[in-house]
Design a protein around this ligand. Structure first.
Ligand code: SOE
Length: 392
């Protein structure tokens, strides 16, 4: 694969995530010109018309309905899995065996076993891999990570994470099918724990370190819904809300909450980390700001400061507009592609990779195990060590 040619992409999935990834592939060449860019070779969807329309709208050179065909092509370097969770393991494992690089939407697997087999497959094949935990690439969160790694917070005692939504509160909403497959545990693997809480867990593993044990509880408020594909009423087994307490390997404590039943909240992801020397707080609705309390310095002048993370010396920001002008959600995906390309160029570590995705899935699994057993449960894999990023 000559380095002067764009990375050649075969995308599987034409939904919300297919669009975020495709947008990132288009933008990366303009804003990160040092990297080699990408070529949009093929897109695949179960529905031929979707695939055709998507290819025309987003500039993919070809389209199809069978992802296996992408693996046979020698003009594709990377398989990008943006399809529902029940397809992740099969496609990723087959792609790795075919010698393709693999990018996969979160959560990595529907179960810990799937995630483990996926991580083993890419490692055994020796192919580059990544999981789209995009919020790591919000500049304010990348800055928070740098500050924690520099020791500005000192020893960490507490952290708290929330991801609140309200889009599934209507009992009339079906489960299964396009747009509502997340409510069908057969397809998604579960409810908010592997979907929303997984973002919180990935951020926690990255910012604070490995989680040792958890105590969780979960609830499904609407116990039956019509299945969009069969038209019959069926039990819902995906949880609507999930909360847990965590003890980290470094001795710190945390609280986590995710729900799709918090009326008025559409996508409120918030986090806070409290250390001996300072604290940071962040909110997705105000994503370009990082709140920082610095306990060092003159006591009478101490206070929370709000850092507008839009200056040229902030992570990723010199690639965008002039200082003070902010960027948004879609840019996090552009940054992830830029970091992946930078990692391929420099041979640097590409994160979050499938090991990191497995580490998040292991916490998800322990939370659901604890919700059932009503006891503290240990996390089976602790590979989510904090590591430094690429470009940022
Ligand atoms: C669910 O509504 C969802 O789309 C998640 O699947 C995404 O990962 C999250 O970023 C936004 O909410």
């Amino acid at each position: 694969m000559p380095a002067n040619r764009g990375l050649r992409i075969g995308l599987v999935g034409t939904g919300f995530m297919g669009r975020t990834h495709s947008n990132a592939y288009h933008q990366v060449r303009h804003f990160f010109p040092r990297e080699r860019g990408v070529e949009l070779v093929a897109v695949c969807s179960r529905n031929e018309e979707n695939a055709r329309n998507f290819a025309a709208q987003w500039g993919f050179a070809s389209h199809g309905t069978d992802w296996n065909k992408l693996l046979e092509r020698d003009d594709i370097d990377l398989i990008d899995i943006a399809s529902p969770n029940d397809t992740h393991a099969e496609i990723a494992i087959a792609a790795a065996r075919a010698g393709k690089m693999v990018a996969c939407e979160k959560p990595l697997g529907r179960t810990l076993d799937e995630a483990r087999r996926m991580a083993e497959a890419v490692e055994h094949a020796g192919v580059a891999n990544m999981v789209w935990y995009n919020y790591r690439r919000v500049p304010a969160l990348t800055l928070a990570k740098q500050m924690i790694d520099e020791g500005r917070l000192g020893r960490i005692f507490h952290s708290r994470f929330k991801f609140l939504q309200d889009w599934t509160m209507s009992a009339e909403l079906p489960q299964g099918g396009a747009g509502t497959w997340r409510l069908d545990a057969g397809v998604s693997g579960g409810g908010v724990t592997g979907d929303l809480l997984a973002h919180c867990i990935d951020a926690a593993l990255w910012l604070v370190g490995p989680v040792a044990e958890v105590s969780g509880t979960a609830e499904t408020f609407i116990r039956e819904r019509v299945h969009a594909l069969s038209g019959t009423r069926q039990p819902v087994t995906a949880e609507d809300a999930s909360l847990f307490l965590a003890r980290f390997a470094n001795g710190s404590l945390a609280t986590f909450e995710a729900t799709r039943f918090a009326r008025g909240h559409k996508a409120l992801f918030t986090l806070e980390v409290n250390g001996e020397r300072g604290s940071i707080a962040w909110d997705l609705h105000d994503l370009h700001r990082l709140q920082f309390f610095d306990h060092d310095g003159e006591g009478a002048l101490r206070g929370w400061r709000s850092i507008h993370v839009t200056d040229g010396d902030h992570p990723y920001m010199k690639a965008w507009w002039v200082p003070g002008l902010q960027i948004g959600y879609e840019h996090t995906f552009v940054h992830q592609v830029a970091d992946f390309l930078a990692g391929l160029r420099t041979g640097g570590k590409l994160v979050p990779d499938f090991r990191d995705g497995l580490a998040a899935d292991a916490v998800v699994e322990a939370v659901l195990r604890s919700a059932k057993s009503r006891r503290w449960e240990t996390v089976e894999e602790n590979s989510g060590q904090a590591r430094l990023e690429g470009v940022g």
